[in-house]
Design a protein around this ligand. Structure first.
Ligand code: URA
Length: 330
């Protein structure tokens, strides 16, 4: 298991804490003083413990850190551990400090105020496994709450919506489900019978196959947003009518605007039509498209796989390709 020790001066503590938080959010294990010091633990002993249990040494280089005796001591220990093959050193320049000759030998990153971006670059440079592309993006609790409130408003409106005849047979509207900070946004066709009963998307048979596809690529359905082009179930499992899709479009557009996903995955030809009206599913499935500044990845509908084996195979292949394509971009 990798652990990143963050070496910094007292003056740089706010920046160091910010970078530590971003690295932790990205899934990295971080050791930073004073947070990682145990209650009652001697400071020096704690630092030694931190260094000896870490695999990576992130050195925040600044005028103040270059004058700190603590940082100098940590650098010496890190270099010793590096020689023993137990540690990898990564300096990050915070300001225009003179970099000691010894530290000029290392590949360096620099901080430009964007700690999220820096955290990504650190993890990439250190070759530390980070969360997959589709893990929800780091977001302040306040912003999450704002988006969640907007989504709850849409759900409340959909629950009593009478904009199209689908409301007549509705048990429950199925507005969608997923984190407010989702990077991946799946859009299916319409709720199935079990979905209509429970208010949750993709819990019917098609949802079971979708879960299998998620599992195959190590994707957790709780990390992505799932919704449909219409929020109420057409009876007899018929396709949603164009007028119904149009009546419901505002809910979907508002959800997309609020969540602002990086990638929209359409499931089935009806969903595809809402995003790429001229595209044919047989020609575009599995291929990322850019439309209005967003990536759209069209997929066959998982229900199609239940009726025809060749769709099942295509979906499996397309999901595997999508996972590779996305992770190459994280
Ligand atoms: N359940 C959904 O939520 N959407 C579909 O398209 C099918 C089943």
């Amino acid at each position: 298991m990798s652990q990143i020790f963050i070496s910094h001066s007292t003056q740089d503590a706010p920046v160091a804490q910010e970078i530590a938080a971003r690295l932790s959010e990205a899934g990295a294990q971080v050791w930073i003083a004073p947070n990682s010091i145990r209650p009652g633990e001697d400071f020096l002993a704690a630092i030694e413990r931190g260094l000896s249990t870490s695999t990576h040494f992130l050195l925040l280089l600044s005028e103040s850190s270059m004058q700190s005796n603590w940082v100098r001591m940590e650098i010496n220990t890190a270099i010793k551990l590096e020689r023993e093959g137990a540690m990898q050193i990564m300096p990050v320049t915070l300001d225009a400090a003179d970099v000691p000759l010894l530290l000029q030998l290392y590949q360096r990153l620099s901080y430009n105020g964007d700690s999220g971006l820096l955290a990504d670059r650190i993890l990439e440079a250190l070759g530390i496994d980070v969360r997959p592309f589709w893990a929800p993006r780091p977001m302040e609790d306040e912003e999450k709450a704002r988006i969640q409130a907007g989504l709850a408003e849409i759900a409340a409106e959909a629950a009593v919506c009478v904009l199209c005849p689908l409301h007549q047979e509705r048990h429950m509207a199925v507005p969608g489900d997923g984190p407010p900070n989702a990077r991946l946004f799946f859009v299916g066709e319409a709720p199935g019978p079990e979905d209509d009963r429970t208010g949750a998307p993709f819990v019917s048979t098609a949802g079971e196959f979708l879960d299998e596809l998620f599992e195959m690529i190590d994707m957790d359905r709780r990390d992505v947003y799932l919704t449909n082009i219409v929020k109420c179930r057409p009876n007899e499992n018929r396709d949603p009518k164009r007028s119904e899709v149009k009546a419901c479009a505002d809910y979907l557009n508002r959800q997309i605007e609020l969540i602002n996903p990086d990638v929209i995955v359409t499931l089935g030809r009806h969903s595809l039509k809402s995003f790429l009206p001229k595209a044919r599913i047989s020609e575009v499935h599995g291929q990322p498209h850019e439309e209005n500044g967003r990536i759209i990845i069209p997929m066959y509908h998982p229900a199609a796989a239940l009726y025809q084996h060749r769709y099942r195979n295509m979906l499996i292949k397309d999901f595997l390709t999508m996972a590779q394509w996305l992770n190459a971009r994280r």
